[in-house]
Design a protein around this ligand. Structure first.
Ligand SMILES: Cc1ncc(COP(=O)(O)O)c(C=O)c1O
Length: 480
């Protein structure tokens, strides 16, 4: 066996023996190491891979235990004869027939790619290295783990958490709601699935923002909704584009439009509420990163303005704490509470009650408020730094459109410089900046990059800006 292709990363947090185990297992399952093939001795592996003897012995021991390797005393170690080989082609299965998915809109390609390492400028991620681990850990308290908590969960969510969310919404977003109206979900994405199930039937018209959040668009399309993509400008969604239409729902991100960053103007907020009243539509307000506003006058939530009007409000802990928690919530209008509870019961989308209980304690102790206040300062500094540095690149390469809210902004590119090409080149240099054009449903009318500045410390941001500038130059020089 040659050691080529067996790679380990010394900088990774994953221990070396675990990395080596999975690299070898992968080589066996993919057929690069074939049944009966002899492995190098542990001493030879040590030399070829530059790893310690303990690391090699641990990894080989694990693969023996899994049945992937056999050792013949005095002869050597071999790949076991009976190992399962992973099909090369993902479509290859025993019968050769792969059941097709029920809907074409739920393919990975149709949705935003979510799984990356923490890399500079990737939008949508907070600074995870500043997660308040100590306080969160202390919030797990066995006294909360009563028989009631350990039983099948309340489909609305853990009551003390719902109460803490209701209090916070009242204080920070002007939303008056009772804990009974708060429904805790497995991230905002599960909230959207639920909303679509409760509010729409196949063929109903749904208005979305264009450019807009692809995951919600895909959820609606998967449910068979007809889509009306309304244009977005720097004052948010153009309500006039659907004012005369009778749509069942309109999905909006008023605090910080995703991805353009526009904040919905007050007159459009009122126009939207008037539309909903007149046409009998529901407004789905996604307030995903509203906690981060760097002006002294943040706009109130639509839900607060509507005073009991037809608004279904969605918030999430993904941006203020961590997306790994998978905890978000819907403020459900009282008239729909039973329908939402029943839908939640059948989908089983309630998050882990033990984590919910920790989050409730964390909020009640004031940690969430303090963490948000601290992060607002950190993000504001990063935002100002990145905006100023991009604007200072000679030749007006980037035009920053910063609405002083959220965790990202748009850097527009000059006409003729394709944002998808710049984005691809930047990705090769390790900087993830999705092209604005990729968020359009209809005709692409703007050209830019979505810059998520929140997770990048200033030295990393500086390097990323240099890489981005080179990516633009490379595309510019290639342009005819
Ligand atoms: C527009 C928008 N809404 C909601 C979310 C949050 O989703 P979740 O709570 O499922 O992490 C995101 C995350 O990227 C988002 O971009």
């Amino acid at each position: 066996m040659r050691a080529r292709g067996i790679l380990v990363n010394r900088k990774s947090a994953i221990p070396l023996h675990r990395q080596l185990t999975s690299a070898l297992r992968d080589a066996i399952l993919s057929g690069r190491l074939t049944p009966g093939q002899r492995l190098l001795s542990s001493r030879e592996l040590q030399t070829h891979l530059g790893l310690s003897r303990n690391t090699i012995v641990d990894a080989l021991g694990q693969l023996h235990a899994e049945g992937h390797l056999v050792t013949l005393r005095g002869v050597g170690t071999f790949v076991a004869q009976h190992v399962y080989r992973r099909p090369e082609d993902k479509n290859e299965s025993k019968s050769g027939v792969v059941p097709p998915p029920a809907t074409a809109y739920l393919s990975a390609q149709s949705l935003a790619a979510n799984l990356h390492e923490t890399v500079p400028f990737r939008p949508g991620v907070p600074a995870l290295n500043l997660f308040p681990s100590a306080q969160f850990k202390r919030s797990f308290n066995a006294r909360d783990w009563t028989c009631r908590l350990l039983d099948y969960p309340d489909p609305l969510g853990y009551e003390p958490l719902r109460a803490a969310i209701a209090r916070r919404l009242q204080q920070t977003r002007g939303i008056a709601c009772s804990p009974d109206q708060v429904l805790v979900t497995n991230g905002a994405q599960a909230a959207f699935m639920l909303i679509v199930r409760v509010l729409l039937k196949k063929g109903d018209l749904a208005v979305v923002e264009d450019p807009g959040y692809p995951n919600v668009r895909a959820t609606l399309m998967a449910h068979g909704a007809r889509i009306l993509a309304a244009p977005v400008d720097w004052a948010g969604i153009d309500v006039g584009a659907f004012a005369r239409r009778r749509a069942r729902v309109v999905y909006v991100t008023p605090s910080h439009q995703y991805p353009s960053g526009a904040v919905l103007s007050l007159d459009r907020r009122f126009a939207l509420l008037a539309w909903a009243e007149k046409r009998g539509g529901w407004i789905v307000e996604d307030d995903y990163d509203s906690e981060f506003n760097y002006t002294d006058r943040a706009q109130p939530a639509l839900h607060g303005l509507a005073e009991g009007g037809p608004v279904v409000y969605v918030g999430t802990f993904s941006k203020v704490l961590s997306p790994a928690l998978r905890i978000a919530y819907i403020v459900v209008p009282p008239a729909l509470r039973d329908a939402f509870t029943a839908a939640q019961q059948v989908t089983g989308g309630t998050p882990d009650a033990i984590v919910q209980s920790a989050l409730a304690r964390f909020m009640d102790a004031g940690h969430l408020g303090r963490h948000i206040a601290k992060m607002r300062k950190v993000y504001d500094e990063r935002r100002k730094f990145v905006a100023a540095a991009l604007s200072a690149v000679p030749g007006e390469v980037f035009r920053v459109r910063d609405s002083r809210a959220g965790l990202h902004f748009i850097a527009e590119l000059a006409d003729g410089i394709r944002d998808d090409e710049v984005s691809e080149r930047a990705a090769r240099a390790g900087v993830i900046v999705p092209p604005l054009s990729s968020y359009f449903h209809g005709k692409v009318s703007r050209n830019g990059l979505v810059i998520g500045y929140a997770a990048s410390a200033l030295p990393d941001a500086r390097k990323a800006i240099a890489a981005l500038t080179s990516a633009v130059s490379a595309v510019e020089n290639r342009a005819p």
